[in-house]
Design a protein around this ligand. Structure first.
Ligand code: FPP
Length: 236
């Protein structure tokens, strides 16, 4: 156990998390896979509260990749959608009151009507961000995001002389948001799985074997302290 405390003056501005290991958590506990996602969703609520309480400004979580959306069974995807709808039902009002702005990174236009409706509702209800910008990546892929940005830039006939890093950033889902300075992947894999490829240039990367449903706010605190102990040279 560490007795160290978080330095409030050196918080990461933007934390991004790959929520991995839900099904393994369920299997380890002799439960159906869906129960793993359910626990993962409950854990997400705790992590969102924790981030708001300690003053993190931007949180992004990877809930469904373009690959997951295409390749997971219809039953599993439906289960994840139901959890999303539950979050909207249970949390939209609370997010609004506590200054949490909900946003989606990814192409959710392809989702069933009911899911799109829920997403649009919570985005509309929580437009004012006072405390925390909370992004959920759904049907998201980093390469897909960059390809879409290129298509838009070409379509708008932007002259080559105007194309720079700032402009490209402005064509991504994360427009006007700071790049993540800390990316966390629970679940034991050492890869980024097409997550925030453009935005992750200078992020500190943290990997842990802990499965997402067990990745508590206490663990998150330890990771933030780890982050604060690293010297971030940013190419200097
Ligand atoms: C990856 O772990 C996780 C997912 C594909 C789903 C993540 C969803 C949640 C945490 C529920 C919250 C939902 C929303 C929409 C905010 P995995 O289950 O593939 O893990 P495995 O590697 O153990 O199979």
């Amino acid at each position: 156990m560490t007795n160290k405390k978080i330095d409030q003056n050196n918080l990461p501005k933007h934390i991004a998390i790959i929520m991995d290991g839900n099904r393994r958590w369920a299997r380890k506990n002799n439960l159906p896979d869906g129960k793993g996602h359910e626990e993962g969703s409950k854990n997400l609520e705790k992590i969102v509260d924790y981030c708001r309480e300690i003053g993190i400004k931007n949180l992004t979580v990877y809930a469904l990749s373009t690959e997951n959306w295409r390749k997971r069974s219809a039953k599993e995807v439906k289960g994840i959608f139901n959890l999303l709808i539950k979050i909207v039902r249970d949390k939209a009002e609370e997010y609004k009151k506590s200054g949490i702005k909900f946003f989606v990174l990814g192409n959710f236009q392809a989702f069933p009507f009911k899911v799109k409706k829920a997403i649009k509702k919570i985005i509309k209800m929580t437009v004012v961000e006072e405390k925390l910008q909370f992004n959920v990546a759904l049907n998201y892929g980093g390469r897909d995001e960059i390809v879409n940005a290129i298509k838009k830039i070409v379509k708008e006939n932007i002259p080559v002389s105007k194309i720079n890093e700032k402009l490209v950033s402005d064509y991504l889902y994360t427009k006007n948001q700071p790049d993540p300075d800390l990316i966390i992947r629970p679940g034991g894999e050492f890869r980024l799985s097409n997550f925030l490829l453009w935005q992750m240039s200078y992020a500190e990367l943290y990997f842990t074997d802990i499965l997402w449903p067990d990745f508590t706010p206490k663990e998150m605190e330890k990771v933030i302290i780890w982050y604060q102990e690293r010297e971030r040279r940013m190419g200097k």
